[in-house]
Design a binder for this molecule. Structure first.
Ligand SMILES: *Cc1c(COP(=O)(O)O)cnc(C)c1O
Length: 391
């Protein structure tokens, strides 16, 4: 019989958007207020100041009413000029979308390719920069956590390589699926523009995105000539000094952001990072026990926020995903572009605890049992054992 109502919680285990906790939902469940009034200015000031602690920066963080893609564009148009060369590492689908965006803006995006199974290799970046004697390359762009493959890149090491070579390029990092779940230090790591979004580690619905900037990035802003209007940093910084925005902000998402920052501080960022690392380890152990392959080949690059799982040749991952969705009301991430049908992705980030992980892995294990994918049982059990031993 067809069911029009599905009882119980839907599990949104894609690697973003993530499950929005009740506290945040309630914090946003208010009438929208005047964004040119005192009450709003107080809220905005709290958000603008609190978000700095999440990026670990003393500098200004711009908040856009936009998806992460907007913040990608903002990072480029505020610092670069037409025809500038940017060095980008193609670690996966999201890195390649940023490349496409850069090219559409008239930038000369130079690529370092990977096999989509690892993070960026800082040595290769250093090699390319050292051959750039005339300083043609204006920026190096890295996706910190590649959400299509589950591989992290060492952003700080990339900074050190740029410095070792003595190159003047700006360093830009996309932390859309790592901020507030894996450690990231905008100032200490010498990042010039950090891009992020609301709907992953920050536990909010989609709709906000961010640019954290450095003094050097601000210097580049003053010289850059790419056209910009909506994304213009200067307009934001001027307005933000009184708690205002240059246009209507996403008021209710800011109610949510304020709550998210409070929650992250209550838990403690270091605890948040440890929680994600532990859940990621337990997940990989489950995958291994099932006899399936984690897509990321390089141990040092394992993501703390998601795991992409390769299915054996001849088995379609979307098939397994639809079994899990139909039978257990859980959404898993699909394989993107060249990985379509080959992998499924488990999101274990945001507002997430041990029992949610056990439910997630249990749902996958039951999905596997309902499919013809060859596998061993016991992955969930192995993860539970791991959680117990590492509590
Ligand atoms: C989700 C994601 C994006 C895209 O962000 P949108 O909000 O969909 O525009 C970009 N980069 C990474 C690493 C992501 O995880």
């Amino acid at each position: 019989m067809k069911k029009n109502y599905k009882a119980g919680r839907h599990l949104l285990q894609i690697p973003g958007p993530t499950n929005v906790p009740d506290r945040i939902l309630r914090a946003m469940d208010y009438p929208t207020i005047d964004h040119r009034g005192e009450e709003f200015f107080n809220l905005a000031k709290k958000c603008l100041s609190g978000i700095k602690d999440i990026f670990k920066t003393e500098n200004h963080v711009i908040i856009y009413p936009a998806s992460g893609t907007g913040a990608w564009e903002a990072a480029l148009v505020n610092t670069l000029s037409p025809g500038d060369t940017v060095l980008m590492v193609e670690t996966g689908h999201f890195a390649s979308l940023w490349v496409k965006l850069a090219r559409r803006l008239g930038l000369n995006a130079e690529l370092i390719e990977t096999n989509w199974r690892r993070g960026a290799e800082p040595e290769k970046i250093a090699e390319r920069l050292s051959s750039d004697k005339t300083g043609k390359i204006k920026a190096v762009c890295i996706v910190h956590n590649e959400t299509s493959t589950g591989a992290m890149s060492d952003v700080f090491k990339v900074r050190q390589c740029i410095d070792d070579v003595g190159h003047s390029a700006l360093l830009m990092a996309d932390t859309i699926s790592s901020l507030a779940s894996s450690d990231f230090c905008h100032d200490e790591w010498g990042v010039d523009v950090t891009v992020s979004g609301s709907q992953k580690g920050l536990m909010l619905p989609p709709g906000l995105s961010f640019n954290a900037i450095s003094e050097k990035a601000w210097g580049a802003y003053e010289k850059s000539t790419l056209p910009r209007s909506y994304w213009d940093w200067g307009e934001h910084i001027t307005s933000n000094s009184t708690g205002a925005f240059p246009y209507t902000p996403a008021t209710n998402l800011l109610f949510g952001l304020n709550e998210a920052i409070l929650m992250l501080k209550e838990e403690g960022l270091d605890n948040v990072f440890l929680r994600h690392k532990r859940h990621a380890e337990a997940t990989r152990l489950a995958v291994q026990t099932w006899g399936l392959e984690v897509l990321c080949e390089n141990k040092d690059d394992f993501s703390n926020t998601l795991t992409a799982v390769l299915l054996p040749e001849g088995h379609n991952a979307d098939n397994l995903r639809s079994i899990v969705l139909d039978k257990f009301d859980m959404a898993l991430g699909n394989g993107l572009s060249r990985l379509a049908g080959k992998v499924f992705r488990i999101g274990h980030l945001g507002d997430f605890n041990d029992l949610m992980l056990v439910a997630t892995l249990g749902g996958i294990e039951m999905g596997l049992a309902n499919s013809d994918v060859p596998h061993q049982v016991g992955g969930t059990q192995a993860a539970m054992q791991f959680l117990k031993q590492n509590s």
